[in-house]
Unconditional design. Structure first.
Length: 365
C-alpha cells in the first residue's frame, strides 16, 4: 500500500504519518526500490493513534500502550479524570462570566480579587498530566535567564571586539555602541500580542578602557545587570509616557510632529554602531517540526544587525548589513571557532565551512 493510499484510508495527512514513524509509533516495510510499503496492520495502527489523539491521549501514553507498559483501561481512567477537571474549570469560568455580565460593571470597577477567589473555589487544581518520571527536569526561571544571559554576554562581546578590530584607525577613538532590544514581558505582566519591548545601549570605549576580551565581557555583564531591572526599565518607560502625554507635545500638529520624531530618531541612531536581537527559542507544531531545518531572522538596517534564534539543537545567527564588506562577520565567527564552537556559514553568494558542520551552531551571513 502506498503513502497516498494509506492517507486516504486513514484520513490523515502525509506529514502526520511521517511524524508518527519518526516517533517510533509506526514502522513501515521498505520495497527494494526504497519506497515504503504499508500493510493493513499499519492502517489499523494509524486509526488507533488517530482515535487516541482525538481523545487527547499523549504520545508517551500511546507509546506505553503499544509496548504493553500501560493498560488501556488505566490510561482512559486517567484521561476521564482530566476531562472532568477541565469541564469543572470551564463551568466555573462560565458562572463567573455570567455574574460579571449581570453586574454591569466597567473595567475600572471590576472586583478582581472577589472573582479570582470564586474561580479558585469552583475549579479544582489540576494535578500533573503525566508521572514525574515522564517529565523533563524543570529549569527554574532564574537559572534559565542566567545561562541565557551568559550566551548574550558572549555574543555581544564577540561582536563588539570584531567591530573594533575592523574599524579604521581614525575611528577607533569612538566607542562601540550596541543597541539591545529587551522583551519587557519578562519584567512586566502583559497579555498583548503587540510588540512590547524596550532598548538599552551597551557602549565600550576601546581607546580608554582595557581592550581585552575578558574586560569587554565583564563590562557588558555589568551593564546588563544594572540596566535589566524592572526599576530601570520602568523609569525609561515612564519618561517616554510622560513625553507622550505632555500637553504641549500633544498640541503640536502631526504635520510638524511626525517629521520631528523621524529627525530625532535619525539623530539618536547616529551614535549606534550595530544592533543585536535575540529572538529566543522557536517552536513548531509536532506535525511540522520534522520538515523544518531552521529559521533565518533578518531586519532592515542602516548599519549592521545581528539576529539570533534557536530551533531544535541549532543556534542560528543572521547578519544584515548595509556594508558590502563582510570582514566583521568573518572575525565574529572566527572568534567562535577559536573558542571551540563548530560553525557552519551560509550565504546567498557562497557556502563556506569554517569548521566541520554540525547542528550546534549555524550562521547565515
Amino acid at each position: 500500500m502506498t503513502i497516498r493510499e494509506i492517507e486516504a484510508r486513514c484520513q490523515m495527512e502525509r506529514a502526520n504519518i511521517r511524524f508518527y514513524e519518526r516517533e517510533g509509533l509506526l514502522t513501515a516495510q521498505r520495497l527494494p526500490n526504497g519506497y515504503r510499503d504499508y500493510t493493513e496492520e499499519d492502517v489499523q495502527t494509524l486509526l488507533r493513534i488517530r482515535l487516541l489523539r482525538s481523545l487527547h491521549v499523549s504520545l508517551d501514553d500511546i507509546r506505553a500502550l503499544q509496548s504493553g507498559e500501560k493498560a488501556l483501561s488505566d490510561t482512559l481512567r486517567a484521561q476521564l479524570a482530566q476531562l472532568e477537571r477541565e469541564q469543572q474549570q470551564a463551568a466555573a469560568a462560565e458562572a463567573v462570566c455570567r455574574e460579571i455580565e449581570a453586574a454591569h460593571v466597567g473595567f475600572s470597577e471590576l472586583d478582581a480579587p472577589k472573582y479570582l477567589e470564586q474561580l479558585e473555589r469552583g475549579a479544582p487544581p489540576a494535578p500533573p498530566s503525566f508521572p514525574a518520571e515522564d517529565r523533563f527536569p524543570v529549569v527554574r526561571c532564574p537559572f534559565r535567564r542566567f545561562f541565557a544571559r551568559m550566551l548574550d554576554d558572549l555574543l555581544y562581546t564577540a561582536l563588539a571586539c570584531a567591530i573594533h578590530e575592523e574599524m579604521y584607525l581614525r575611528d577607533r577613538r569612538r566607542p562601540v555602541v550596541l543597541t539591545v532590544p529587551v522583551d519587557l514581558r519578562h519584567y512586566f505582566p502583559s497579555n498583548t500580542a503587540r510588540n512590547f519591548f524596550g532598548t538599552i545601549r551597551v557602549a565600550y570605549d576601546f581607546s580608554t578602557l582595557d581592550p581585552t576580551f575578558d574586560a569587554v565581557a565583564a563590562h557588558t555583564a555589568k551593564i546588563f545587570k544594572e540596566e535589566l531591572t524592572p526599576e530601570r526599565l520602568g523609569a525609561r518607560m515612564n519618561q517616554l509616557a510622560a513625553l507622550e502625554h505632555n500637553p504641549f507635545v500633544r498640541s503640536i500638529p502631526l504635520l510638524i510632529k511626525n517629521p520631528a520624531l523621524r529627525l530625532s530618531g535619525s539623530i539618536s541612531s547616529l551614535g549606534e554602531t550595530a544592533g543585536l536581537s535575540n529572538i529566543g527559542k522557536l517552536r513548531l507544531p509536532d506535525a511540522l517540526a520534522p520538515f523544518v531545518k531552521g529559521f533565518g531572522v533578518y531586519m532592515s538596517t542602516n548599519a549592521l544587525q545581528l539576529c539570533t534564534c534557536s530551533f531544535g539543537s541549532s543556534l542560528h545567527m543572521d547578519f544584515t548589513s548595509a556594508l558590502e564588506s563582510t570582514e566583521v562577520q568573518r572575525r565574529f565567527f572566527a572568534f567562535l571557532v577559536s573558542d571551540g564552537v563548530d560553525v557552519e556559514i551560509r550565504s546567498s553568494e557562497f557556502s563556506q565551512e569554517v569548521s566541520k558542520p554540525c547542528s550546534d551552531a549555524q550562521a547565515a551571513v
